[in-house]
Design a protein around this ligand. Structure first.
Ligand SMILES: [Fe+2]
Length: 202
């Protein structure tokens, strides 16, 4: 049976990495309809495009496209563990970018969201915590770009039982999946923290 996801998977397999700028004038064997669909999958959210243009969030276009390119290469059964090298390409933001980002009153930024992937950039002011939540569908990876983040992992019992507590320092990466644990994360420290997240949605 041909599903919407199958069609989208076919579309991204026709994607030429980093070629979205040329999608208005496609060439070769890729039809304009396929390119449009593929470009749509690689397209950042309108909000993040606007913020990147304004400089209120750093330009992470290449990071998002590199993650989507993994989908192209992997085609099926990719796991967030394979995001690791792409996350390694993001070291830290330059001082001007970081300063502008920390002054942005918005703290949660969905950079990319399509059928396969959700990419989020988060500023955690001191004292900010998430609720306990899960990451189904294969889970995701996150990386600390600035400061430190504390994570508590729980099992799925009712009531939940604490499994582990971990502090991720600047530069650390972690993988989370409902099959491993549910978690909440936060910044109990004095300074701001910044994290970058990518989650599978299929
Ligand atoms: Fe999470």
């Amino acid at each position: 049976m041909i599903t919407t996801k199958t069609i989208e998977r076919t579309a991204i397999q026709s994607w030429t990495p980093h070629s979205y700028q040329a999608t208005n004038s496609p060439s070769g064997i890729v039809s304009s309809e396929t390119v449009d669909k593929t470009a749509q999958l690689h397209l950042l959210t309108p909000e993040s495009q606007k913020e990147m243009r304004n400089g209120t969030i750093p330009d992470l276009t290449k990071f998002c496209h590199d993650l989507m390119d993994l989908e192209v290469k992997g085609a099926t059964n990719i796991t967030p563990v394979e995001f690791s090298d792409v996350f390694d390409s993001v070291k830290k933001f330059n001082q001007v970018d970081m300063s502008r980002f920390l002054n942005n009153p918005e703290t949660n930024h969905v950079l990319l969201r399509n059928s396969f992937l959700k990419v989020v950039l988060i500023h955690w002011p001191a004292g900010r915590w998430s609720g306990v939540h899960g990451h189904p569908n294969g889970g995701g990876m996150f990386k600390v770009i600035k400061g430190s983040l504390k994570e508590l992992r729980y099992n799925s019992a009712d009531p939940r039982e604490l499994l582990t507590t971990c502090i991720y320092k600047n530069g650390s990466k972690a993988f989370i999946d409902d099959r491993l644990a549910f978690h909440n994360v936060g910044n109990p420290f004095k300074g701001s923290a910044v994290t970058l997240h990518a989650y599978l949605l299929n």
